[in-house]
Design a protein around this ligand. Structure first.
Ligand SMILES: [Zn+2]
Length: 253
């Protein structure tokens, strides 16, 4: 099956990858929805990721800032799964990299920022809910470290948060359009580490299929699209992805 996928990839010119939390778990970033997820372990985590609780309750915000300070993502390094996607870009095959992740590990691994479409934003930037100002997250985290439990915008006094899409918050239409347009232009579409259960992002698979793209799914658990996919892999992402995409490790053949 790996050899088959590689031959499709050999002919492909516009590969679109869609990545979810599963690609970052091997970098030590837990999937908050999975069985070992943060939500299961800490009920407050669900409130912290909901925009309505966040805006309404200073205690939720204080807990959120402490949570951001101690996020494992600050020390996380890209894993071989991320590097395989860098390899794909070096081979000039990567048309777009749509990601549901907020950790920027794709850019840190070496993918060009202009190829990466972050449908859920990034935790490495803050935004002001009042005036929309944005900037590096570390600037605000320094204020938290210095003792501000719930720092406010220095321009307008508004509530600050990470520049990510919380639950209850609208996706950015321009970003979703960009992602869907790219998916519709794919000749090879690979979904990696995502359950494909959340629309509109899961709709990218439908668009790619309609465009005639080969569909490959790499995920530990089954997805609703497995039946229509051309190939499905359930092995660990950091092992299987280099074998499929990279010119390096082909040991799994
Ligand atoms: Zn502001």
């Amino acid at each position: 099956m790996i050899a088959q996928v590689q031959s499709w990839l050999e002919r492909a010119q516009r590969v679109v990858a869609l990545t979810g939390a599963g690609i970052s778990t091997d970098s030590g970033i837990p999937d908050f929805r999975g069985p070992q997820g943060l939500w299961t372990k800490n009920p407050l985590a669900e409130k912290m990721s909901n925009i309505h609780y966040y805006l309404a309750d200073a205690e939720v915000r204080k807990a959120s800032w402490q949570n951001r300070l101690s996020s494992p993502a600050w020390h996380a390094r890209p894993n071989p799964g991320h590097l395989a996607l860098v390899e794909l870009e070096k081979r000039r095959k990567l048309h777009a990299l749509i990601t549901q992740n907020i950790d920027e590990l794709h850019q840190i691994a070496g993918n060009s920022p202009e190829r990466v479409i972050e449908v859920h934003g990034t935790m490495r930037r803050f935004m002001c809910w009042g005036c929309g100002m944005r900037g590096p997250m570390q600037l605000v985290l320094e204020r938290v470290r210095a003792g501000e439990a719930d720092p406010q915008c220095r321009d307008c006094g508004g509530i600050l948060k990470s520049d990510t899409i919380s639950f209850g918050q609208q996706l950015v239409p321009e970003v979703i359009e960009q992602a869907m347009r790219a998916a519709g232009e794919a000749d090879f579409f690979i979904a990696i580490g995502t359950s494909l259960q959340v629309y509109p992002v899961a709709g990218a698979v439908d668009l790619a299929r309609s465009a005639g793209a080969r569909i490959v799914i790499v995920n530990a658990q089954p997805t609703p699209f497995d039946e229509v996919a051309d190939a499905v892999f359930n092995q660990p992402i950091s092992e299987i992805l280099p074998a499929i995409l990279g010119s390096g490790a082909r040991s799994l053949q």
